[in-house]
Write a protein that binds this ligand. Structure first.
Ligand code: ADP
Ligand code: ADP
Length: 229
């Protein structure tokens, strides 16, 4: 089943009196449980697309459906509720609270959702149970990012959106983080969209969407997806 259906999706930013066409004519169906990677040069519209799907930004043209909800018609209150209850976000920077432990950083989120996962289960998904009582400063960058992944999945989101989750990490550490995301996708079945420049992760994805100049240039289907385990 299709979870997201975009048709003619577009976004124009107004930079002074110059309009910037960040995204145009995007037609895309994302299936439940699918692992999608967005690839393309800087400025090609990857973050814009991810942010529209996540309800962080509003499209200026076209339609986007999430199941039978039209996100392109939702008001601010609906988008806030959608983000809170249905979307897990992972960004380049981890945004952990330094005075809270790993466990507490993840626990913080569980107050605002109806049916959270047990916190230890979320930590086990990212192999961080042994670090549950450590503070962010006691963790490596890769471990901090895995805490951020646990925080994103503990609310059992329908979709996990990751914007350059390895942007601040070295290649080997980044690869480990991406394997964790791929494993979450495989074991929990969470629909996952990742912006990355890492070629290794593209091999773990079901499809790679190549963006250029705000448009989808081509979509690569991975017939021989690499198993993250
Ligand atoms: P990518 O994620 O592929 O680097 P973005 O989606 O961030 O690309 O940006 C696409 C285009 O939209 C770029 O030309 C960028 O400069 C422009 N853009 C993005 N956000 C804004 C904004 N808030 N205001 C004006 N232009 C923006
Ligand atoms: P609210 O109105 O509920 O406070 P926000 O606009 O603050 O909504 O964001 C909604 C969700 O998106 C939150 O769960 C927040 O964690 C996430 N989010 C949005 N932008 C960022 C960001 N730059 N870094 C981390 N999380 C973000």
């Amino acid at each position: 089943p299709v979870v997201f259906r975009a048709r003619g999706l577009g976004k124009t930013y107004q930079a002074g009196d110059v309009p910037v066409l960040a995204l145009r004519d995007v037609d895309l169906d994302i299936r439940r449980g699918e692992f999608l990677v967005l690839l393309g040069p800087s400025g090609s519209g990857k973050s814009t697309l991810l942010n529209i799907v996540g309800g962080l930004e509003v499209a200026s043209a076209g339609t986007l459906f999430y199941e039978d909800h039209e996100l392109t018609r939702a008001d601010d209150a609906e988008l806030t509720r959608y983000r809170r209850e249905h979307v897990g976000f992972v960004f380049q920077f981890y945004n952990l609270i330094p005075s809270l432990t790993t466990w507490e950083n993840v626990a913080l989120v569980t107050d605002i959702v109806a049916d959270p996962m047990p916190i230890d289960e979320a930590l086990a998904q990212v192999d961080l149970l042994p670090r549950r009582d450590h503070f962010p400063a006691q963790l490596s960058g890769g471990e901090q990012q895995r805490v951020a992944i646990a925080r994103a999945i503990v609310k059992r989101p329908q979709v996990l959106l990751c914007d350059e989750p390895t942007g601040a990490l070295d290649y080997a550490t980044g690869k480990r983080v991406l394997e964790t995301i791929a494993r979450v996708n495989a074991t929990l079945g969470t629909t996952t969209v990742v912006i990355t420049h890492n070629a290794a992760i593209a091999q773990m994805a079901d499809r790679v969407v190549h963006l250029g100049d705000g448009r989808i240039q081509r979509i690569e289907v991975n017939a021989h997806k690499v198993d993250p385990s």
